[in-house]
Ligand binder design. Sequence first.
Ligand code: NAG
Ligand code: NAG
Ligand code: NAG
Ligand code: NAG
Ligand code: NAG
Ligand code: NAG
Ligand code: NAG
Ligand code: NAG
Length: 340
Amino acid sequence: MYFLNLATTLLCASAAFAQSSTVIIDALKLALGDTNAFGLFLNLLEAIPPEDYAEFASLITGNLTFAMPQSAPNGTVSAVLGNPSTILPLLSYHLIRSPISNTSIANSPVHSIVPTALTDSSTVFLENNQSQSLVLTTESDGSIHVLNQPTDVILTPQDGFSILDVTYAWSSISELLVVPTTLSAALTSNNITTFANSAATAGIVNTLESLHGVTIFVPQDSAFSSVSSTLSHLNSSELASVLSGHVINGTFYSPQLTAGQTKANLAGQTLTTNGTTVSLAGGNTANILSSDVLLQNGVVHIIDSVLVLNSLKNSATGSLLARPWVVASFAISVGGYLFA
Ligand SMILES: *[C@@H]1O[C@H](CO)[C@@H](O)[C@H](O)[C@H]1NC(C)=O
Ligand SMILES: *[C@@H]1O[C@H](CO)[C@@H](O)[C@H](O)[C@H]1NC(C)=O
Ligand SMILES: *[C@@H]1O[C@H](CO)[C@@H](O)[C@H](O)[C@H]1NC(C)=O
Ligand SMILES: *[C@@H]1O[C@H](CO)[C@@H](O)[C@H](O)[C@H]1NC(C)=O
Ligand SMILES: *[C@@H]1O[C@H](CO)[C@@H](O)[C@H](O)[C@H]1NC(C)=O
Ligand SMILES: *[C@@H]1O[C@H](CO)[C@@H](O)[C@H](O)[C@H]1NC(C)=O
Ligand SMILES: *[C@@H]1O[C@H](CO)[C@@H](O)[C@H](O)[C@H]1NC(C)=O
Ligand SMILES: *[C@@H]1O[C@H](CO)[C@@H](O)[C@H](O)[C@H]1NC(C)=O
């Protein structure tokens, strides 16, 4: 274990003195300065604006694993340094409020959701002031990966270091982490356009992005082709209802979607999960293809089918004949855009 013996030096500091944020930051800088592995973190630490010192100091009291990035994509660090208010949120996303060891993280395909110190109110919009999380899994070769980041990030648990008689753990991570942002951004980075366009057409994007805590089962683009004739008969409020059927109020990560879990969706229907599937009561079942895509206000799970009530499928032809104007207006407002 590294013991960068600041503790000994600083042990005599009075309680009041030790609480001074400048002392804690200076002690941390000294400690981190002792090993090159902390260089990138140290660069960011040194750039924290003074008005954020006290908040940073309050975050690093006790029981933390520091995730120390070993590299960053070209231009990322200078962009962060050029926008000082983003430094503390980014750093706090690298403070894990959970002990991490080579054996503590679930084996793939199961995920471990670990909380971080990131609670910044301009960056995190989860329910009950819940902090933002990281999604980790252990691959069969024993390596731990941080999932749903722009690149494949590998996390390697190391030992500890000590500051002001508190011992912290640290892990190296292969790349600087990116803080989760909006649904729109997450869909774009996952190459999902049809759900994004449909949600825009139905006018529900603001609702989805403004809920504090949301779980969205997002069908991949190809899922829409088999229901295009059903959906093309719907007006925008009916479409909004179908899409809302994929949404749960509250953040439920994959470990909370195990067998037999039932939740009400925003359309007032029941969704049942079994770990690998999600079923709509009175409708169909979809396979979960990829889970735990993090958002600033919740989580997305990507599925292989659109969830549609059987009654809607059965009545599709009837409603087409009964309401030809709906088809016409829908075609005008949506055109080829929805099912392109
Ligand atoms: C640190 O966190 C772990 C797991 O969250 C907990 O079991 C342990 O009691 C905590 N230790 C302290 C000193 O708070
Ligand atoms: C990133 O910067 C390094 C050093 O400045 C350079 O060697 C490398 O080619 C750059 N990589 C990309 C992808 O631009
Ligand atoms: C969330 O944090 C704010 C500000 O710190 C506080 O006023 C509010 O009571 C908290 N809400 C919950 C549900 O904890
Ligand atoms: C975890 O495993 C990696 C890879 O085998 C190793 O380099 C590292 O030292 C281990 N960490 C701990 C704390 O044992
Ligand atoms: C999105 O598409 C791009 C370009 O085709 C590809 O490089 C990238 O891996 C895709 N991303 C995902 C998450 O599928
Ligand atoms: C959509 O169709 C439903 C009938 O299924 C109707 O009640 C509703 O008013 C329509 N909404 C719009 C915006 O046309
Ligand atoms: C979501 O749940 C929260 C907390 O229970 C509640 O305040 C809010 O009104 C709900 N929103 C919707 C759209 O159901
Ligand atoms: C979930 O349900 C699907 C379809 O009914 C089934 O194939 C799968 O084995 C189930 N998974 C679990 C973990 O029960």
